[in-house]
Design a protein around this ligand. Structure first.
Ligand code: PLP
Length: 346
């Protein structure tokens, strides 16, 4: 490999052309000139190693992605992909019907809509979640519709985590929290859920608990946020009210934000009740609740999610959103309004 600086390229190109020019016929000279104008620079650029660091430091150490690896392995070996959480059956018929209806509803479906969420959708989400959180949610201030829960998480970490901030992540956790914290300049600090094994009985997801002492021991003056995921992926654990209260008390005591990933809020079993930490006293102002329509309706490719929280917090997430994707596909948002789909869960 020849080492050349990009600034040297023009000079190298010109002398190469000069020497070739003397040896070729007139028609070839024309082609050579065209090649010089268009392709030769690119050709030479392939040989260039830039002398300065090309990548931003934020991409260092976050290049491996388990889903990219799993999906490729599953494709290479033609095996069932048990790594990524998506069904291999069609979503319910009402979702398919709603999608057809949404995409055939004319021109506006194919155009931009309000960046922070299609107005009728944020209105219905606000009404729906106001009942659950037990307070009036403002559709325009308190809700941000995102490209799946992934982007809601991304906006949250980018908007709230600064260089040097520590973010406590409860283990086991969904893989993207850690790289997202790192890309925002923060430091991930881990605290585990631990299985309580009593008398040799089979451990269920509910037996995995978070110790208040252990969580407290991780808090420092740099701790900005705690990330929980309830119901938890991969355990299936649904946090009980008293566990959430313990986390809430520490968040309030140490002035921390709570980021709660609730994409599986409707997948609870054996009578377990999902409780939103945002509904506990004093938590609304410091909690960002993240949801996903894709998970809720077994249609992961839909990529419609949301972040809900106090307008005071959400205005910062909106800045990241408006300067990254700007908005979520209009038709995918409209789908959720069709046939009163969201009402199915009320
Ligand atoms: C816990 C958790 N959070 C967030 C996501 C991402 O959700 P979405 O597909 O809506 O971006 C997933 C996807 O598997 C998940 O399991």
């Amino acid at each position: 490999m020849i080492r050349v600086l990009s600034s040297d390229l023009a000079v190298i190109g010109q002398s190469l052309i000069k020497s070739l020019d003397q040896k070729v016929s007139a028609p070839c000279r024309g082609n050579l000139a065209a090649l010089t104008d268009s392709g030769l620079g690119n050709l030479l650029a392939l040989q260039v190693i830039m002398s300065r660091r090309l990548h931003a430091r934020r991409v260092e150490g976050v290049d491996k992605n388990i889903w990219v690896e799993f999906t490729q392995l599953a494709a290479d070996y033609k095996v069932v992909n048990l790594g990524q959480g998506f069904p291999d059956f069609s979503p319910p018929k009402y979702i398919q019907d709603a999608f057809c209806k949404a995409v055939s509803s004319g021109c506006p479906m194919y155009q931009y809509t309000r960046g922070f969420g299609h107005p009728p959708l944020v209105k219905i989400l606000a009404k729906f979640f106001s009942r659950i959180v037990g307070r009036e949610i403002d559709p325009f201030d308190d809700i941000l519709v995102t490209v799946g829960a992934y982007q809601a998480l991304y906006c949250t970490f980018q908007a709230l985590v600064d260089e040097g901030d520590e973010v406590i992540i409860v283990e086991p956790f969904f893989d993207c929290y850690q790289p997202m914290v790192k890309m925002a300049g923060g430091k991930a600090v881990y605290v585990p859920l631990r299985p309580r094994a009593e008398g040799g009985k089979t451990v269920s997801s509910g037996d995995w608990t978070l110790s208040a002492e252990e969580l407290s021991s991780k808090i420092t003056p740099h701790t900005k946020a705690v990330v929980i995921n309830t119901p938890n992926n991969p355990l299936g654990k649904v946090y009980k009210t008293e566990e959430l209260q313990m986390i809430a008390d520490l968040c309030i005591k140490h002035d921390m934000v709570c980021i709660t990933d609730e994409v599986y809020e409707w997948l609870t079993y054996d009578g377990a009740k999902h409780v939103k930490i945002a509904s506990l006293p004093g938590m609304w102002e410091r909690t960002i609740t993240i949801g996903s329509a894709g998970k809720t309706f077994s249609a992961t490719g839909l990529k419609v999610g949301w972040a809900i929280g106090s307008g005071r917090v959400m205005k910062h997430l909106k800045i990241i959103h408006q300067n990254s994707v700007y908005h979520t596909a209009t038709a995918a948002q409209v789908l959720l309004l069709t046939n009163n789909i969201l009402q199915l869960f009320s």
